[in-house]
Design a protein around this ligand. Structure first.
Ligand SMILES: [Zn+2]
Length: 134
């Protein structure tokens, strides 16, 4: 019985592991300069390459607007959904979702408050009637 020979690890199989992300072939569509990073504005000609990023402050601002002032958050939310940027679109959907949620919660709280008010009023009236009897 002969031992099965181990297949030698070929160097080509190791080379396939090189991440493709290291190689960037981005160029500015206006001045054709090579871009190393994911720029929003070309460092050479200053032209806009893509929509500026959604900043954390802007993102939190729109969420707060959606939650605290429900109908107002809807407009920037819809505008963001129509944006070409995937992250901006996601923020838009969350903002619209929060607006809908905040509206439902507001109505629900208001109805709960009204129910509580009428129930409280009724029970105190009942207590008054049962205690006094007049
Ligand atoms: Zn350029």
């Amino acid at each position: 019985m002969e031992p099965v020979p181990q297949a030698p690890i070929s160097p080509t199989s190791l080379q396939t592991e090189v991440p493709q992300a290291l190689i960037t072939d981005k160029v500015c569509p206006f001045c054709h300069i090579a871009l190393k990073d994911d720029y929003y504005f070309c460092p050479n000609c200053g032209k806009k390459l893509k929509d500026p990023p959604m900043t954390a402050a802007k993102e939190i601002g729109i969420y707060l607007l959606s939650v605290l002032l429900p109908p107002l958050g809807l407009w920037p939310g819809i505008r963001y959904i129509l944006s070409g940027n995937a992250k901006t679109r996601r923020v838009g959907w969350i903002a619209v979702g929060l607006t809908v949620l905040a509206t439902i919660i507001t109505i629900w709280l208001f109805m709960g408050f009204m129910n509580g008010l009428t129930q409280g009023l009724n029970s105190s009236l009942n207590q008054y009637q049962s205690l006094g009897g007049y």
